[in-house]
Design a protein around this ligand. Sequence first.
Ligand code: ZN
Ligand code: ZN
Length: 345
Amino acid sequence: MTKQQDEDKADKRSKAWEIGKVILQEGWIQVKVPVPFSLRWVNSYLLPEESGYTLIDPGLRTEAALGVWLDVMQDLGLVWTDIKRIVLTHQHPDHYGLAGYMQERSGAPVYMTRQAHAYAVRLWGAESSFSEELHALYADHGMPAEHRAAIAENLETFVEMVTPQPTVTYFEAGSSMALGGLEWELIDAPGHAKGQVCFYQKDRQWMICGDQVLPHITPNVSVVPGEGGDPLNDFLVSLEQLKSYEVKLAFPGHRDPFSNFEGRITELQQHHERRLDKMVAMLAEEPRTAYHMCEALFGSRLNGNAHQLRFAMSETLAHLVYLENFGRATSALRDGAYVFAAASS
Ligand SMILES: [Zn+2]
Ligand SMILES: [Zn+2]
C-alpha cells in the first residue's frame, strides 16, 4: 500500500469525508459537493460579502450535488439571490458544471478566464468536435477501437452535467480582484487546465489553488487534442512559480484546506521526476506506444473504466510529450501508431 493510500484510509475514517458544509475561518464556508468519481467531492467555497456571498466552483450538475446545495442553503438560510457572484478556478466539469444552472436562478455573473471558457465551448459547445479529435489522437497512439468508443460514450454523459452553460464575464491572470472583502492576485496556473487561475491573498498568505496543488491527490496533467504544447512542462513551471509565494493556508479544489503548500509542491515535483525516470527506463527496455505504456503503468483494469482510462492515457501522453520535448525519448510512426523509444545518448 502506498503512502497516499494510507493517508486516504486515515482520511476516510475521519469526518473529512462527510459531504456537506464545513465552517471555516472568517465566515468562509467550504461545501463538499459530491461527484460521481473516485475524487468523491469537489470543494465549493462561499465567501461572505457585504451582502450575500461569492461562490467559488459550484460543482457538477447532478441530482446528488443539487440535493447537497439545497440542504446547505436551507441550513444557512440562503436563497438563490444571495449568491452575488460565481467565480470559476477552471473549466473542468466538476467545477464548472452547475455554474449556468445557478446563474439562471441567482442572476449572478460567472467569472472565468477567456482561455478556460474557450476550452469549455470547445468541449460542450454546439459545434464541438472534441470527442472525434480525442478519438483520432488515441488511435494515433495505439488505443484499441473498443476503448475509444467507450471513452466517446462516457464523454457524452458529461453534456447534461454542464447544462445549461453560463454566460461568462472574463477576468485574466495578472489582475486582482476583491473576494470576501480581501484583495486577491490572480495567478496563471496552466498544466492541469489551460487558463486555470489561483488566487493569492498576501496579507493572510492564503491561496485558493483550484486543482493545481491538491493534498493526497496528484493533479491530472493531460494532453488535450488541438492545444499542442507541453502541458507537463507548463505544470512543472507553474508549480515552481507557485513555490515562490508564502502560503500559510491553501484552499484546494478537492480534499481539505492544508498548510504545507510548499512541501506538497515538492512532493508533486518529485512524483513527476520519478515517473519520468521510470518511463525512460521502460522505453530503454522496450519501445512502445503510449497506450502500451499506459497499460504498463496503470494496469489493464482501467479498460473497464472509460473515465479513468481517459485520464490515464492523456496523462501518459503528457509525460511522453515532455520526454520527447527534452530529448529523452523519440517517436516514430509504425504500422499506423506512434512508437516511443528512449533517445540514444
Ligand atoms: Zn480540474
Ligand atoms: Zn477538480
